[in-house]
Ligand binder design. Sequence first.
Ligand SMILES: *Cc1c(COP(=O)(O)O)cnc(C)c1O
Length: 379
Amino acid sequence: MFSDTIFNDEIIRPTRVEVDLTTIRKNFNEIKKLIGNVKIMPILKANAYGHGLVRIAKLMEELKADYIGVAVLEEGILLRRNGINIPILVLGGIWGNQIPLFLKYDLIITASSISKLKQIDEIAGQLNTKAKVHLKIDTGMERLGVHYYNSEQFFEESLKCKNVIVDGVYSHFANSENSDLTFSKIQLERFNQSILFYDKKSLPKPIFHFSNSGAILQLPEANFDLVRPGLLLYGVYPSNEIIKKVKVEPALTWKSLVVYFKVIKKDSTVGYGMTWKAPNDTRAVTIPVGYGDGYFRSMSHKAEVILNKKRYQVVGTISMDQIVVNIENDSAYNGDEVILIGKDEDVSITVEELANWAGTIPYEILTNINTRVPRIYKE
Ligand SMILES: *Cc1c(COP(=O)(O)O)cnc(C)c1O
């Protein structure tokens, strides 16, 4: 049983996510090949982009990832409680009450302002320990961090903190998945200027890092000492503008089973709001998945699923727990496998397609497949 789902081995919903760990392993190695002698911090926030935080972290540890990145304190604590021992950086912002927990669980804190840095130093001192931090420089994302034009003072202050170990300095791209890299290059230049501080003062250098998936693919000059791949590790490209120069494949398949078959009489309507009317007597099946699992309601009247190597239309409004699929003149039986994301030989439905139907991006599709859907791992 995995601690990040509510299921155990005996109770498996027909609707489930299968994660191919061999594929993630290959993706990791392909990224490593591309970056060469640079450290790697796989990003496992939001339940490892829906793939299951703890299991993916175990795989990353086994593959000798240098660090793991998560977004919030609780994700880091969950990993420590499940025996993950490699360095973990929490990327998100912090507030005071959380600092003792970061220290207790040996999690690296993102220090995003001088006042937070001082607070970390003070609390670490009181607890008679040292806090590991990465200093966050804002080069244009305007989300977290000290602005690049104030970074010198930030670095100076960090040298005065006796209970803080500055393990890293990093920034984040606002638009690295765009084919137009003009702003990314401006951000990179700002970061390069900031970190000159360490050279100018002849100080030992912490680990510098900047690149997410988009930059790993498009801006190798931003690799520095370490890269932070998220989406790419799971085999999905951050946008379709990007040249696919690393051979990664999607690791996640979202499946269900037919639980009901019926014939809908001509002119009967399907589902809430009666938004779809059968033009003829229509053969249809019901599948136990809905927006309560993360199968977005906004995909209604657009989504398709795969059944017996063929794509079929989802009809009517997507409910919380069920969808209805028009199987035309074909037949299907209870227990037949249905693919929501994935492929059956040469017929496939990608995360990108779901994102288009829902009017969103692949990131949001993956991170919204919620914990009601059990994750099954295949090697
Ligand atoms: C989410 C995130 C990443 C990973 O982004 P991808 O586009 O998924 O590769 C890297 N760094 C930070 C700070 C992030 O928040």
